[in-house]
Design a protein around this ligand. Structure first.
Ligand SMILES: Nc1ncnc2c1ncn2[C@@H]1O[C@H](COP(=O)(O)OP(=O)(O)OP(=O)(O)O)[C@@H](O)[C@H]1O
Ligand SMILES: [Mg+2]
Length: 371
């Protein structure tokens, strides 16, 4: 997959960017605060319809743009078997998304049309942050490769909210066990699909991450990415998982009734990074943690390429910060040749050893090709 051409208007400090991009490695360099991350943010909005930096799109509207009407991102994206025209426009009150002229009514309909892997410095939170961030990573990865997963996730979420609502109203409920029973069926059925897919994806991602970690670090440290499900189950069969979730929901009903929330289930899943069998969150250095995340992101790329049948686009913001010279070089060598990659950096020298397909400079919101 490839972004051939983009037109961005009034996106933070980018007044107007009209640019063709190359296949392979696109390097965007520039000093701090010039608009490099803004550019990646704009391009990446085509993936989910949302910003990776803020939930509040009003923040993206330029501060002092005279004659402003809307923020617009248009892109021509080449994929196997065709070309798609993406159009995203919003201002403080409205939002509009279309693909090939067809308006999308729900942002969910955008999922899977443009596949991408994103790495930003904030992704260190994948190691350090709350389980919610790791689940989000898994969900976004799996939603891009499996409709079944996406639907199961939506079904699970709805049933969970209904069960929680009943738990909160428990005083008015004489027959709570009877009332929650259908939701337990639904949570168990959709939860089993979610857990099975998470478990198998993490198996693949762990193996790939281990290989990438070794390549980047260039030493004999071993990375393992391990699923830490909220509900443990000896069997990986969907039926067995379903029964297990159902049992646990029934067993914890009284407890949950006191708390007013559902305490166990895939919505409480997690995974851990084990570096030489030790939890990276507690024991790894900043550079090691960053390497763990990068290894997982490259693993995600390979995973998506395999399951989608074509490589996604790779966005790497501030890729090289906090890595020593050895890791930087190894990392640049790891970047797959056949993947369109956008890398931002402040220092052009560091890529001198690597053949970039195109080099751009971002200066005060203006993007110029300079190679
Ligand atoms: N809504 C907005 N309107 C106008 N300018 C904005 C808006 N939001 C952010 N900016 C400005 O955009 C500029 C560029 O930000 P960006 O994060 O893209 O910098 P960068 O080139 O990635 O820098 P760094 O190398 O430090 O990461 C910043 O000076 C920021 O203040
Ligand atoms: Mg930046």
């Amino acid at each position: 997959m490839e972004i051939e051409k983009v037109s961005i208007r009034d996106f933070r400090n980018l007044r107007l960017v009209e640019q063709d991009f190359a296949s392979g490695l696109n390097v965007i360099f520039g000093r701090n605060a010039q608009g490099k991350t803004n550019l990646l943010e704009a391009l990446h909005m085509l993936v989910t319809g949302r910003s990776f930096r803020t939930r509040n799109e009003r923040e993206i509207v330029p501060w002092n743009a005279s004659g402003y009407t809307a923020t617009v991102v248009r892109a021509t994206v080449r994929r196997q078997g065709g070309t798609d025209l993406f159009h995203l426009a919003f201002n403080k009150t409205q939002k509009f998304v279309s693909v090939n002229g067809e308006a999308l009514t729900r942002l969910g309909d955008l999922v899977g049309r443009l596949n991408a892997v994103l790495f930003t410095p904030a992704d260190l939170q994948l190691v350090q942050g709350a389980p919610q961030q790791r689940r989000r990573f898994l969900d976004i990865c799996l939603a891009q490769t499996s409709r079944l997963y996406l639907q199961a996730l939506q079904r699970f979420d709805t049933a969970l909210r209904q069960r929680n609502a009943l738990l909160k109203m428990q005083h008015q409920r004489k027959n709570l066990a009877g009332e929650v029973a259908p939701y337990h069926e639904e949570l168990a059925a959709s939860g089993a699909i979610i857990m099975k897919q998470r478990s198998s994806a993490l198996g693949e991602l762990s193996e790939l991450s281990r290989l990438y970690y070794t390549q980047i670090a260039g030493n004999n440290e071993t990375l393992l990415v391990q699923y830490a499900p909220s509900v443990t189950c000896e069997s990986l069969e969907e039926d067995a998982i379903r029964e297990r979730i159902k049992n646990i929901l029934e067993r914890t009903l009284q407890e949950d009734r006191m708390r007013g929330v559902t305490s166990t289930g895939p919505h409480r899943d997690d995974f851990v990074f084990l570096l030489n069998e030790k939890d990276a969150r507690d024991f790894a250095s900043q550079g090691q943690q960053r390497t763990c995340v990068l290894a997982l992101k490259l693993a995600e790329l390979t995973f998506l390429a395999k399951h989608r049948g074509e490589p996604p686009i790779l966005f790497l913001d501030d890729l090289l910060s906090e890595l020593d010279a050895g890791r930087r070089t190894h990392l640049l060598n790891c970047l797959p040749e056949n993947v369109q990659t956008f890398v931002t950096m402040t220092d052009r020298e560091v890529i001198s050893g690597r053949n970039a397909a195109a080099i751009f400079e971002m200066k005060n919101g203006d993007l110029k090709r300079i190679d």
